[in-house]
Ligand binder design. Structure first.
Ligand SMILES: C[S@@+](CC[C@H](N)C(=O)[O-])C[C@H]1O[C@@H](n2cnc3c(N)ncnc32)[C@H](O)[C@@H]1O
Length: 254
């Protein structure tokens, strides 16, 4: 068994990058289209002319969306395979620069380089998330914002999941071992032996880390499907019972 750390998490991202993003559209996957993008877009505005970092850009759909909305986008990811896909899928006219790097230490960027940093579903992959959040603070101009989404730490816990009846009907969502922080294997990809890794932490650990990094916690969003999205994708009614994601909006003060 390999040590479960950031390097191992990235080895698995390299391994599964193609499959994970195979069905991505320019809205990402279905959860991003229905839940994450509307919430992120609402809190990222206005983007025009802003210097933005997409921290953990993956195949780059959000970088492209932000560039199309007028932002000057740089993007970074630690997976070379994700970056290969991002470059392949990004028209050069969008002017996005992709970098290879670990969010825990981004030496290629100087202090106060960005007005806005967005990190979509990445921070839970890092062994040293405190270092990464402190690094985001360093990279922001005073008044700049760091917005990040994660798996919701109160509902995505070790041993969490649907409890079903004998017919397979979902009865309720079970949460367990909430205080058991540390590395875990996700359930996906379902058909692969080596799954994605992530690191579970409690909600208070995240909030405390944000405060200790010198960032102001301005808001928390638990994305829900809109009526419009429910009409388009009715199976998202399930997401009115339990939320999968949490978005933090933070600001550098001084
Ligand atoms: C769930 S994917 C999200 C990608 C993209 N933000 C999106 O929403 O499609 C997580 C991404 O984080 C990247 N990642 C994980 N740990 C990282 C680290 N320490 N530094 C930089 N990127 C990292 C992975 O390579 C992967 O591309």
């Amino acid at each position: 068994m390999n040590k479960w750390d950031t390097e191992e998490a990235i080895r698995r991202w390299d391994m599964h990058a193609g499959n994970f993003t195979a069905k991505y559209t320019e809205e990402g996957d279905r959860s991003r289209e229905v839940l994450l993008n509307p919430a992120l877009q609402a809190c990222m505005r206005p983007l025009g002319g802003k210097k933005v970092l997409d921290a953990g850009c993956g195949e780059g759909y959000l970088s492209r969306k932000m560039a199309r909305a007028g932002a000057l986008v740089e993007a970074v990811d630690y997976s070379t395979e994700m970056l290969r896909l991002a470059k392949e899928r990004t028209p050069s006219a969008l002017g996005i620069t992709y970098h290879h790097g670990n969010l825990e230490k981004l030496e290629m960027f100087g202090d106060q380089s960005f007005d806005l940093i967005v990190s979509n579903m990445v921070i839970q992959d890092l062994a040293h998330y405190e270092q990464a959040i402190a690094e985001m603070q360093r990279l922001l101009v005073p008044g700049g914002r760091f917005i990040f989404s994660i798996l919701h730490p109160c509902f995505q816990t070790p041993q969490s999941g649907w409890v079903k009846d004998d017919t397979g009907k979902k009865l309720y969502w079970k949460v367990d071992q909430y205080f058991n922080e540390g590395p875990l294997e996700q359930a996906i990809p379902y058909d692969q032996e080596e799954k994605f890794l992530y690191f579970h932490r409690t909600l208070s650990s995240y909030v405390q880390t944000i405060i200790e990094a010198g960032l102001l916690l301005e808001g928390m969003i638990e994305p829900k499907p809109s009526a419009e999205m429910l009409e388009k994708y009715p199976h998202f009614h399930e997401d009115l019972n339990v939320t999968n994601f949490l978005i933090f909006t933070t600001r550098r003060l001084g």
